[in-house]
Ligand binder design. Sequence first.
Ligand code: GUN
Ligand code: ZN
Length: 436
Amino acid sequence: MMTFSIHRGRILHFPRPTSAPEHNYQYFSDGILVVRDGLIEYLGEACDFLAENRLNSDDIIHHEGLILPGFIDAHVHYAQVEMIASYGEQLFDWLNNYTFPTEKKFIDRYYAKQQAEFFIAQLFAHGTTTAAVFATVHEHSVDMFFEAAEQYQARMICGKVLMDRFCPDTLRDNPKLGYWQSKELIEHWHHNGRNLYAVTPRFAPTSTPQQLQQAASLLREYPDVYMQTHLSENLNEIKWVKDLFPTSRDYLDVYESAGLLTERSIFGHGVHLCDSELKRLAANNATVACCPSSNLFLGSGLFPFHHIKDVGVNIAFASDIGAGTDLSLLANLADAYKICQLQGKSLNVFDSLYHSTQGAAVGLKLTDKIGNLNPGTEADFIEVNPTAFPMLQQRVERATSLESELFAVTTLGDERVINRTYVMGKCVFERTTKTE
Ligand code: GUN
Ligand code: ZN
């Protein structure tokens, strides 16, 4: 079916890859975004567009809020949504006491389907239109996820968790089984509609060297699939990896020597990386997913954003639910700011928004499709309401610059400020109640 819509309002995005987002954003105080058949056809000043096109006011959707590209969440576990806010543990005990028992429930296909549908609806309600998602070890957990995503034609990345040791028996696969199941899923889902596959070894401790080798074989066979895993999140984890892989020079080398370090590798966390690891990540054009609320919640450490950026590693923000405490990337940006402050640095709001949209798309090699509002890209965008609730409204009314207003939104905002979410030009979420 042909679709056509014209959106008018304030519009902000980052049209190009950049290391200086504060100097490379495009802002229209009165802009027009035209969408045809799911793609952006035109972006520009309203006065220019209206001078050239005779339109009735009814032909135009007017947005009171600010239009941004949909957020991209670079690392999140859909099966862990129900165990968000689980008390008292750091990484290993949290995995054993909460995560594995929860992921076991996904042996039930119907349960997986319900949770996948809930998760996708919640992503949209939080303004996220693309996510790199861990399913569980169960093959059907990926089927259920992609089936839920394709109902909306959403661009999603997902993969079956590979895990063949140090986990409960019912969550364990083996190198051959994990390989064949992943291969079958790639054949079925990768580039099926907007879906994209990520080979997903959970992390080095729960995969034997043989399993990591099998995962790398898949990357060689299917060079444009992603690889997602965890890296250098927690100090005890790093020690354990050293014991398990005594011949590796560091944590990254476990993945690198197996053949899992590519430009399509997304490494969750990367809190405690040494300079050599950072340089190799940059040289391979790989991406680190920064998970602020998770790193605080599990007490994992302070992500050195400015240092990692200076070395030239791609950075993409992420919620890491269920260790993260908010699916809203805005709430995670507020935590990211505080984490930087604890290291004596301030996180510029343009950096925050860039690495949640265009910068994340740079990492995912998807800037021709998502992360910005350039003509020709897919029409995934959101309308943010900077006056969604009184505390924010009062602060924004006193803001003396765009930067100050945006900083208030990223510091105080969460899903309450998401007014509408559009996927391929179609409204998939609309907030109906105003927050008091
Ligand atoms: N490391 C290995 N698995 C996980 C997980 O599910 N969450 C987090 N935060 N870290 C992990
Ligand atoms: Zn994670």
